[in-house]
Design a protein around this ligand. Sequence first.
Ligand SMILES: Cc1cc2nc3c(=O)[nH]c(=O)nc-3n(C[C@H](O)[C@H](O)[C@H](O)COP(=O)(O)O)c2cc1C
Length: 309
Amino acid sequence: MAPNLAVDLAPHNPRELRLRNPVLVASGCFGYGLEYARHIDIQRLGAIVCKGTTLRPRAGNATPRLAETPAGMLNSIGLQNPGVEAVVAEYAPVWERWTVPVVVNIAGESAAEYAELARRLDEVPGVAGLEVNISCPNVAAGGMAFGVDPAAAAAVTRAVRQATTLPVIVKLTPNTADVVGVARAVAAAGADALSLINTLRGMVMDVEARRPVLARGSGGLSGPAVRPVALAMVYEVAGAVDVPVIGLGGIATAHDALEFLLAGAAAVQVGTACFVDPQAPLRIVEGLAAWMEREGVAAVGEIVGAGRL
Ligand SMILES: Cc1cc2nc3c(=O)[nH]c(=O)nc-3n(C[C@H](O)[C@H](O)[C@H](O)COP(=O)(O)O)c2cc1C
């Protein structure tokens, strides 16, 4: 019998977030799904997390805002997006026709803004859940400021929780000394699931120009370079909370995804690897299924946390 890859990422929420497999694509690395739909069969993904959405349209940061690094990349896009109204009007009607669930990633400058975004998206057909980004390192106001402080992170989570019955995933930053403290606070405040990690703050210097390569100075590091850092954080957080944890950071192969599942992640997201190879997430789905079949694992839940000490 083919192995069962299905997962529910919001088991305590009546609206559920049931996915056919545990492989999502990460925010900012898959647009709104429409672009990649021309290249791969997106309906075979576990879910799509769209680009960060704000109340008003944002043009993003000045360029250059991308730089390559050893085994990774730096970005400081700065949440460029058309705003929630356009997302609801232009993208959600398309998502409604898809079988793959779409989760909307949201970002604000205050708890009230996050709540307003959640209210606007609550009953929109085509929106399967929210991912609350309290971890963006590339904006002047809001973003990561909420994610480094347990009380502020909990306040945003509570505000969103009160504004919507949709499944709520809260996305954590690695740029804090106390990721477990933030994770516990967010789970207690009503998050259905947690995702981690967002990017790690980093910088590249242009030696000839004697200036940082990115116009804004620093940016967020992603790709294989961050994977061991992400894995250790996912391991720690999964051992500390009783809501599903979604692991991401440098995942490019089924082997990488298995590392996160064994560490305790209920699902994974694929980000930067989509830029290198749009087929990567689907290859990971196939690779997971093949591995489970070979190992005699009937359901993916059997291996979640199975590698923990
Ligand atoms: C170009 C780019 C844009 C991103 N935009 C967002 C975003 O809008 N919201 C968000 O929560 N994360 C954003 N991220 C972070 C990714 O979703 C992910 O957390 C991070 O890149 C680590 O995963 P990876 O190594 O698989 O890319 C972005 C990452 C990249 C590379």
